[in-house]
Design a protein around this ligand. Sequence first.
Ligand SMILES: NC(=O)c1ccc[n+]([C@@H]2O[C@H](COP(=O)([O-])OP(=O)(O)OC[C@H]3O[C@@H](n4cnc5c(N)ncnc54)[C@H](OP(=O)(O)O)[C@@H]3O)[C@@H](O)[C@H]2O)c1
Length: 277
Amino acid sequence: MTVPHVHLNNGVEIPQLGFGVFQIDPADTAAAVSQAIGVGYRHIDTAEMYGNEKEVGEGIRASGVDVADIWITSKINNNRHGYDSTLAAFDQTLTDLGVEQIDLILIHWPLPEAGDFVGTWKALEKVYAEGRARSIGVSNFQSNHLNRLADECTVVPAVNQIEVHPYLTQDALRAFNAEHGIATEAWSPIAQGGVLNDPVIKGIAAEHGKSTAQVVLRWHVQLDNIIFPKSSSAERMRENFEIFDFELSPADMGFISALNRDERTGPDPDVFNYVPA
Ligand SMILES: NC(=O)c1ccc[n+]([C@@H]2O[C@H](COP(=O)([O-])OP(=O)(O)OC[C@H]3O[C@@H](n4cnc5c(N)ncnc54)[C@H](OP(=O)(O)O)[C@@H]3O)[C@@H](O)[C@H]2O)c1
């Protein structure tokens, strides 16, 4: 099955479907990553905060697939905001992953009160200019945070990774991203399983002979979202990969989008200011 690529604003192509490793125990991560690559995934989404960057690197090396053929995304942790601290955190991420260049590095959270996302972004602009990051982006940024970067910095983020699923469709922020040439990455694409028993989604899944997870992931693909569902089971990794052999009708798409309740599974980025020790 061929995974489509999304063309980022700097000309770089990212696989639209990847594998997320949030909440995978470090002891299990290398095996999970290697297994996901065996299924066909060529894009891994990790973060310093997940505590498993080293094991992601180990899993890629164990897979037998050249690391150059695997897209890797990681994120600057909340306690690494600020120019100098971010440069040090970035070096550590490359060391832990065992690579000299990363495909995409993100600011994990804007932390509007407790952090310094402008200083952090300037550090990412530097590693981008040096070619040590092929692309740079942000996560959990609202339009006001993106406007501040546009006013005070130079490089437009390649992506904004935000929580999106049928109960939180984020129409306004997704449209804002698109207007500014920023690709939307959707985290918790199945709301950590929370949308899988929805009767509307179950009905559409039955019509297509697909699982509810496959229908929701397909909905994301047709909205042009970049996704990286997490699973600790090889069977569900495969299930989540098999979403390119069917298509949802415009009516199906509309029914799923109409399920929006503006319901988050995670924190609200406008007020989230948690900085670990
Ligand atoms: N930037 C951010 O702030 C942020 C925040 C959260 C997540 N993320 C990224 O987004 C990735 C995905 O989000 P997520 O891990 O929070 O949630 P998710 O991918 O929406 O859901 C994962 C959960 O759903 C289950 N699941 C997966 N596939 C399934 C299937 N086909 N059928 C039934 N259940 C299934 C998994 O259980 P099993 O493991 O048992 O299969 C797991 O409990 C993360 O791994 C991370 O890379 C980023």
